[in-house]
Every structure is written in structure tokens, then in C-alpha cells.
Design a protein around this ligand. Structure first.
Ligand code: ZN
Length: 213
């Protein structure tokens, strides 16, 4: 990426995917005054710890994105049920097309093609349909990727990586479930590994799906 985009749209199948996949890039874009919008498709109500409120992860997402500098008005969370996105393909595509018309993003970050989660695959495929003439990159979630095609890198500062780790720290429900990728150590290690590949201290890596200058 040479010149920053004007309007960045980040697509998250579930509430935590945007920060996990590209939280450092979001932090950097906000720092560069880019208008960022987040569209999440599910509140992940089935992924809350037993006894916790159903909207717990949505609330955590709002706090997390707020900590990255995204205003509430730039966050949209839809209520699709987890794991059955394949039954909602058409609704998803129509929503994506509506956002494209209304927000006109010049850069879209979605899930990579190599993600094996059924909901993530649907979001990837419908993003390609809706944004086939827009710069479109796919973020990695390595625990869901059996193979990787990482040919796009966003170089990050230490401050961006810290902002990503801080944002993920708001997901108490997932930290309680001991998901290792919510730890600061993991966030920093992955950013260092991708940075090494990009000849930088820190980076996030992406699959370039469609490039348009
Ligand atoms: Zn997800």
C-alpha cells in the first residue's frame, strides 16, 4: 500500500474477526485519518461463556473498536446465526451491495479465500461478488487457514500492534475461554513474523484478491 485509501470497509463474519485479522491495520488507518467502517454479520451469541448475556460479545466488540478510534456510527452488527451463513447467501450479498453503493469504499478487507470456517467462506465469496471492481484484500486468521497466500503486507508501528492488543483485551468472554490468539504475546509474535517477511519490525499480512489503483 502506497497511498492510504479514503474509505476503508472491514467485513467481519463474527464480532471479533476484524480486530483479529487486521486490528493493526485498522489502527494505522485511523491514525492516517482514513474513514473506516465495520460491518459484522453475527453477534456470535452462541460463543458467550455459560450464563453470560447473549449480547456480551457485541458489547465487547463495540468497546474494542471504540478503543481503536472507530465511532459507534461507523459500526453495523447484523444478527445472523453462527455456522449457518450458507443459508443466508443472498441476504449477505444484497447487504454488501447496499454498503458498496452507500459508502463507496476504495479498499475492502474481508476474510481470505483459504479460511475453512463455513461462515468465513461465505463472507469471502460474497465479498468477491459484491466488490469485484474494488481493491479487495483478505486477512488471515491462521488457526482457520490450512494454507496461506500472503502477498500483501501492511507495515505496522509498535503503537499499531499495541493498539491491536489493547482492542483484543476487551474480549473478556474469549479470554475466559482461553483462546490463545487473544493474548498480547500472540498478537506481537504474529506481527513480528509478518514483519520479518516484509523486512519491517511489524506487519499484518493479506491475500491480495483484487488490486485497483
Ligand atoms: Zn469468525
Amino acid at each position: 500500500m502506497t497511498t492510504p485509501p479514503k474509505r476503508l470497509l472491514v467485513l467481519a463474519p463474527h464480532t471479533d474477526d476484524a480486530e483479529l485479522g487486521c486490528g493493526g491495520t485498522i489502527a494505522k488507518m485511523i491514525r492516517q485519518q482514513v474513514e473506516v467502517r465495520i460491518l459484522a454479520f453475527s453477534r456470535a451469541e452462541d460463543s458467550v461463556p455459560p450464563g453470560a448475556p447473549k449480547d456480551m460479545i457485541e458489547q465487547e466488540m463495540r468497546k474494542s473498536l471504540h478503543s481503536l478510534g472507530i465511532p459507534a456510527s461507523a459500526i453495523e452488527v447484523l444478527g445472523l446465526p453462527v455456522r449457518i451463513f450458507p443459508s443466508y447467501r443472498q441476504e449477505i450479498l444484497e447487504r454488501l451491495v447496499a454498503v458498496r453503493r452507500e459508502f463507496a469504499p476504495d479498499w475492502v478487507l474481508t476474510v481470505s479465500e483459504h479460511d475453512i470456517h463455513q461462515d468465513h467462506q461465505v463472507i469471502h465469496q460474497e465479498s468477491v461478488r459484491a466488490f469485484n471492481a474494488t481493491r479487495l484484500w483478505g486477512y488471515e486468521l491462521p488457526w482457520n487457514n490450512l494454507k496461506s497466500e500472503l502477498n500483501g503486507f501492511v507495515l505496522l508501528s509498535e503503537e499499531d500492534v499495541a493498539a491491536k492488543a489493547r482492542a483484543l483485551g476487551h474480549y473478556q468472554s474469549q479470554i475466559e475461554l482461553k483462546r490463545p490468539y487473544f493474548t498480547e504475546k500472540f498478537t506481537e509474535s504474529l506481527a513480528m513474523l509478518r514483519g520479518l517477511q516484509a523486512r519491517s519490525a511489524y506487519a499484518e499480512a493479506f491475500q491480495i484478491i483484487r488490486e485497483r489503483q
